[in-house]
Design a binder for this molecule. Structure first.
Ligand code: 13P
Length: 251
């Protein structure tokens, strides 16, 4: 099965109703005027999901940035995967390094969230990535293998799961992994998935790169054989930049 590239925008904690709607409309218009060749997704903050869902056409999908593992209950401030689905989402990001670092989420918590996503019928985008210290210590591949083993549910399939490799030191810093370094890690992720989930799941599952992806570097990263798209932060907040990255993916 050929892997359709996925270009996903993670807006993080950015966007009020007026500017969020304007950005979503611009991206939706750009997505619908393109012939396809890649799947496009935006993940706005939770407060904007409902209004933005009403603005999207067929060519642009909607995702959440996080979910709780439970379907409902006494979890003040949290949002369940079922709530995201109800708001119009078809995807959810889980285990972003900002959640792992600032909210103490470990691999078991991330896996429970991915399982919740599947329960609600959402595609889980499971994030992994090493810190600068881990990279400098030569531990990148071991860290990634441990995160894959702990965070990707055993029942994950290509249709319900995506893995995003986001080196922590490249997020929001302007630093990007070289295409060759990113490819090395992506190939490692696919090999680990083949061991844990079988060759055909690993072959079909999409692996995204994230970390200062922008129009200037997207084509070289996306040309790597095991990079099947991008999870984009800063550049997803500017419609022309985000659409330019989608164009690079669709080539
Ligand atoms: P930047 O593209 O801003 O580096 O963010 C990457 C990211 O964290 C996407 O989830």
């Amino acid at each position: 099965m050929p892997r359709t590239p996925l270009i996903a925008g993670n807006w993080k904690m950015n966007g009020l109703s007026a500017d969020g709607a304007a950005l979503a409309e611009a991206v939706a218009a750009g997505a619908s005027s393109r012939a396809g060749g890649c799947e496009m997704l935006i993940c706005p903050p939770a407060t904007l999901l409902h209004p933005i869902a009403a603005l999207l056409g067929e060519a642009l999908k909607l995702g959440g940035q996080d979910c709780h593992a439970a379907a409902s209950g006494a979890h003040t401030g949290d949002c369940s995967a079922e709530m995201l689905a109800d708001a119009g989402c078809s995807y959810v990001i889980v285990g972003h390094s900002e959640r792992r670092q600032h909210h103490g989420e470990d691999d078991a918590a991330v896996r429970a969230k991915a399982e919740a996503a599947h329960r609600a019928g959402l595609v889980a985008i499971v994030c992994v990535g090493e810190t600068r210290a881990e990279r400098d210590a030569g531990e990148t591949l071991a860290v990634i293998a441990r995160q894959i083993a702990g965070s990707v549910p055993p029942g994950a399939r290509a249709a319900d799961s995506v893995v995003a490799y986001e080196p922590v030191w490249a997020i929001g810093t302007g630093l990007t992994a070289t295409p060759a370094d990113a490819q090395t890690v992506h190939a490692h992720i696919r090999a680990e998935l083949a061991r844990s989930h079988g060759a055909s799941v690993a072959e079909d599952m999409r692996l995204l790169y994230g970390g200062s992806m922008k129009p200037e570097n997207a084509a070289d990263l996306l040309a790597q054989p095991d990079i099947d798209g991008g999870l984009i932060g800063g550049a997803s907040l500017k419609a022309p930049d985000f659409l330019a990255i989608a164009d690079a993916a669709a080539r």
